[in-house]
Design a protein around this ligand. Structure first.
Ligand code: 4AD
Ligand code: MG
Length: 435
């Protein structure tokens, strides 16, 4: 039986014979002995020493099974344990032209992503990602929310028409879903608080370090809630994920050189910054907005918050914050208007600290059919595509709300990686659909 490396690296195995399987991560052949750093199928690495005559055909990434005795030697890399190899079985001698080494361009690493995933950096990120997904699910399950799955092939836009992926659907036309929200709204009438974790698609034409064409979207919706209720759910969810990831993925975060001192301070309540105050701060710091025709002007009330504005607002913060009460004009048709302040939406975004910016959007939904129909029309959307959605306002409408969290945005902040493409295993962007 073969063992994983992390198990073997302990006193109790010293002097014992073990078998490990894995791949040649690094290789140094000397006259008598070869030093083989073997990586197992969970990314654990250990040095194996073998007579060079038995290892002569080996190349980097060859797959092997090595049997030998465990010894402790402070000179051995990766924790001071090594295997004095006796036998080796070679499954496959990897081509000598293995393209991933130390000094590749980012583009090559992305072109060969199916191989780049074997690097220890990507292994660490993949493990953190798996745990973040697990924790997101677990928070909802532990708090009594019901999981639903919404279709990803749909007829209507949720977040504006400009980022819709259109596809041929038999003899008809359909789109890839931008958000499960409208379907989650349908489910609250029979299941109460619900959540989903599904891919969302956006034909984002801008190249930024925080936009993907396909991302993992954790969304939630609940009946009879206030905006404050929805903010509380988000801050509790995010705090739970952060608190637990710092504990359960300490090794991987350390490998990525992520100093987690700021993450350790993340606990509710998060600041609720009124939109108008955010604008005042940005104006006082001279933040500019680029207009469509390329000229720039000072930011003013009514503007949406750009990546730059969000960076400015959060660059010195250690904890996430909510910006609350965006203008209706910059938010989608479903946002409910504040009954006391015309033109103000009961909508909020959560911004991650240290300049990372938006990680969630949410709020209360318009529940009145007349206003909803008007908004759909004034946004240039086809009311026929939303007839089923309008039924939710025709038959037993209730105040309700929810939010969506971008898993990769959250991961970018947790791992402190610059480019969002590195938080997903096979990224999709405007210029990349392969591998
Ligand atoms: O802000 P968005 O567009 O809001 C919605 O889709 C709502 N319908 C969600 C809801 O209320 N159920 O997207 C929600 C979150 C963003 O805050 C961001 O974290 C992430 O999804 N997101 C993206 N992540 C990566 N790449 C993109 N192109 C993203 N667009 C949105
Ligand atoms: Mg948003």
């Amino acid at each position: 039986m073969s063992l994983r490396v992390h198990k073997i690296k302990s006193q109790e195995f010293v002097g014992k014979e073990v078998t490990i399987r894995g791949w040649v991560h690094r290789l140094r052949k000397q006259k008598e002995n070869s030093f083989i750093l073997v990586r197992d199928d969970r990314g654990g690495v250990i040095q194996c020493v073998l007579p060079t005559e038995k290892a002569s055909s080996l190349t980097v990434e060859s797959s092997v099974e090595i049997t030998g005795s465990v010894s402790q030697d402070s000179r051995a890399p990766e924790g001071g344990f090594e295997i004095k190899g006796k036998d080796i079985k070679i499954y496959n001698v990897a081509g000598a032209d293995y393209p991933i080494g130390e000094f590749q361009s980012d583009e090559l690493l992305l072109d060969k992503r199916h191989l780049t995933l074997r690097t220890r950096r990507m292994i660490a990120i993949a493990k953190i990602r798996a745990t973040v997904l697990d924790l997101g699910r677990r928070w909802f399950i532990d708090n009594g929310w019901i999981e639903v799955t919404a279709p990803t092939i749909v007829k209507g836009a949720v977040e504006g028409g400009s980022t819709l992926f259109k596809l041929k659907y038999f003899d008809d036309e359909a789109y890839l879903s931008q958000s499960a929200q409208l379907y989650l709204e349908a489910m609250i009438f029979s299941l109460g608080p619900v959540w989903s974790l599904t891919p969302s698609f956006r034909a984002e034409k801008s190249r930024t370090v925080r936009h993907l064409a396909e991302f993992s979207h954790l969304e939630a919706e609940a009946p009879w809630v206030t905006l404050e209720d929805i903010l509380k759910v988000q801050e509790q969810l995010v705090s739970y994920v952060i608190r637990t990831i710092v504990r359960d993925r300490a090794e991987e975060l350390a490998y990525l050189k992520r100093d987690v001192s700021d993450l350790k301070q993340v606990e509710p309540p998060f600041e609720r910054m009124p939109y108008e105050k955010a604008i005042d701060i940005l104006r006082s710091r001279g933040v500019m907005v680029i207009e469509e025709y390329g000229s720039s002007r000072e930011i003013r009330s009514g503007d949406d918050l750009s990546i730059d504005s969000e960076r400015e607002l959060t660059k010195d913060a250690e904890r996430p914050m909510f910006v609350v009460g965006y203008p209706m004009a910059v938010k989608p048709f479903y946002v409910k208007e504040d009954g006391e302040r015309k033109g103000v939406g009961l909508a909020a975004d959560m911004l991650a600290p240290r300049g990372f910016g938006e990680i969630t959007s949410g709020g209360l939904r318009e529940d009145n059919i007349v206003s909803m129909t008007e908004r759909i029309k004034s946004e240039g959307l086809n009311p026929a595509a939303y007839d089923w959605y309008l039924d939710l306002r025709r038959y037993g409408s209730v105040p309700h709300g929810g939010f969506g969290l971008g898993i990769e945005r959250l991961l970018r902040w947790i791992t402190n990686v610059e480019d969002i493409k590195d938080t997903v295993l096979f990224p999709r962007t405007m210029s990349r659909v392969a591998p």
